[in-house]
Write a new protein. Structure first.
Length: 88
C-alpha cells in the first residue's frame, strides 16, 4: 500500500493466540482487534499479555492499545467467560 507521496504505508503487527494479524493503524481498540479475528466468540474477553513483571490484563472494547513494538510484537489471548461460583 502506498501513501500519497509514494512511500509504503507502515504496517503494525500483533498476535492473538499465536496467529499474526496486521493493521495500517498504530493503535486499535479492543473491539477492532476482536473484529480482525475470524469467528470471534462474543462471550470471550481479550487479554493483553504482560511483559516481564507486568500481569496480563483484560482489554475492554473501547480501550485503545498501541501496536508500537517496545518489547517485540504485541500479543493478546482470548479469555473464555468465567462463572466463578455461579450455580454452586
Amino acid at each position: 500500500m502506498s501513501t500519497e507521496h509514494g512511500q509504503e504505508a507502515k504496517r503494525y503487527s500483533f498476535f492473538v493466540d499465536s496467529v499474526k494479524y496486521e493493521s495500517d493503524l498504530p493503535s486499535l481498540t479492543g473491539a477492532q482487534i476482536k473484529a480482525k479475528v475470524p469467528n470471534w466468540d462474543p462471550t470471550y474477553g481479550l487479554a493483553l499479555d504482560g511483559h516481564g513483571d507486568e500481569p496480563d490484563r483484560l482489554i475492554p472494547d473501547n480501550e485503545d492499545v498501541s501496536l508500537l513494538k517496545e518489547h517485540g510484537p504485541v500479543r493478546f489471548t482470548r479469555v473464555p467467560p468465567a462463572n466463578f461460583g455461579v450455580g454452586a
